[in-house]
Design a binder for this molecule. Structure first.
Ligand SMILES: *[C@@H]1O[C@H](CO)[C@@H](O)[C@H](O)[C@H]1NC(C)=O
Ligand SMILES: *[C@@H]1O[C@H](CO)[C@@H](O)[C@H](O)[C@H]1NC(C)=O
Ligand SMILES: *[C@@H]1O[C@H](CO)[C@@H](O)[C@H](O)[C@H]1NC(C)=O
Ligand SMILES: *[C@@H]1O[C@H](CO)[C@@H](O)[C@H](O)[C@H]1NC(C)=O
Ligand SMILES: *[C@@H]1O[C@H](CO)[C@@H](O)[C@H](O)[C@H]1NC(C)=O
Length: 228
């Protein structure tokens, strides 16, 4: 087993010898957090240059730091080990970061790519329902703040039926009443809404009221979690 796996890795390395020094990593951070983008290649760093979308940001060489951009504007720093720090990230910091590391003799040691994505907290999803001919049409919607914002939406009925999609709205049709839950998430946050939906027969006012109460409590808890 183990032997075969080692063999497989070795063959892959033989097939793609460049894989070792040109990996693309994804790094997600929430707005206003600070991020450390570090160099994966082992060993000491003599000369490292960080670029964002092919534009040079800064360089550390022989322990001296040189900025190619405005230091306050980029809110960036470099440590002796080559790690790039970005403080109080804003969405515009998202991009392709590349670091190139050189040895003392000028030989290139490594080049690494990081797709850095700064995400805001997801908006509160809205769960709506329509009752047509004893069939419930449940819809969960999230309002995008920007066009390229994406979420994972998950719609569940009574913990059994579950659909999931990378989108901004999701619909479910069913002939059964029940508790519906919609969860919206991205890489840095998550919000939820839950509702008891009954289609056939009279509406149960008590259930609706208690669900609404539960939702309000949940929203308050989420707000406290996010802002405290
Ligand atoms: C961002 O974080 C700093 C502290 O790290 C805090 O003082 C500031 O209020 C935060 N800003 C927002 C918009 O959350
Ligand atoms: C690099 O140095 C910084 C500050 O000294 C430290 O926080 C970070 O963990 C280091 N990263 C690595 C990969 O060694
Ligand atoms: C960043 O890299 C990804 C994949 O490597 C590519 O799809 C994307 O277009 C790049 N974005 C920019 C702004 O260069
Ligand atoms: C409801 O069902 C009836 C008969 O089954 C049909 O005539 C009617 O068009 C349906 N209404 C809707 C809104 O689908
Ligand atoms: C969701 O879709 C968008 C484009 O439609 C894509 O850029 C993004 O990577 C997808 N996200 C996930 C987690 O699949």
């Amino acid at each position: 087993m183990n032997f075969r796996r080692i063999f497989l890795v070795k063959s892959l390395l033989l097939l793609f010898p460049s894989v070792k020094c040109s990996v693309t990593n994804w790094f997600y951070v929430a707005v206003n957090e600070s991020a450390h983008l570090s160099i994966a290649a082992a060993g000491s760093v003599y000369d490292a240059t960080w670029m964002k979308d092919r534009k040079r940001l800064l360089q550390i060489k022989d322990r001296k730091v040189k900025y190619y951009v405005n230091k306050e504007q980029c809110r960036c720093k470099i440590f002796l080990n080559g790690t790039l720090q970005i403080e109080q990230a804003v969405k515009e910091d998202s991009g392709n970061y590349t670091v190139t590391v050189y040895e003392q003799d000028g030989k290139r040691k490594a080049e690494e790519h990081i797709v850095f994505i700064v995400q805001g907290p997801v908006p509160q999803p809205v769960l709506s329902d329509k009752c047509i001919n004893k069939t419930v049409f449940v819809k969960c919607e999230v309002k995008q703040k920007t066009k390229d914002e994406t979420f994972i939406i998950e719609l569940t009925q009574d913990k059994s039926k579950k659909i999931q999609k990378n989108a901004t709205s999701l619909e479910l049709h069913t002939r059964h009443s029940g508790t519906f839950r919609c969860v919206v998430k991205n890489q840095v946050s998550e919000k939820m809404v839950e509702k008891v939906i009954k289609c056939s027969g009279q509406l149960d006012l008590y259930l609706i009221l208690s669900t609404a109460g539960g939702a309000v409590v949940f929203v308050i808890v989420m707000i406290l979690l996010i802002y405290c």
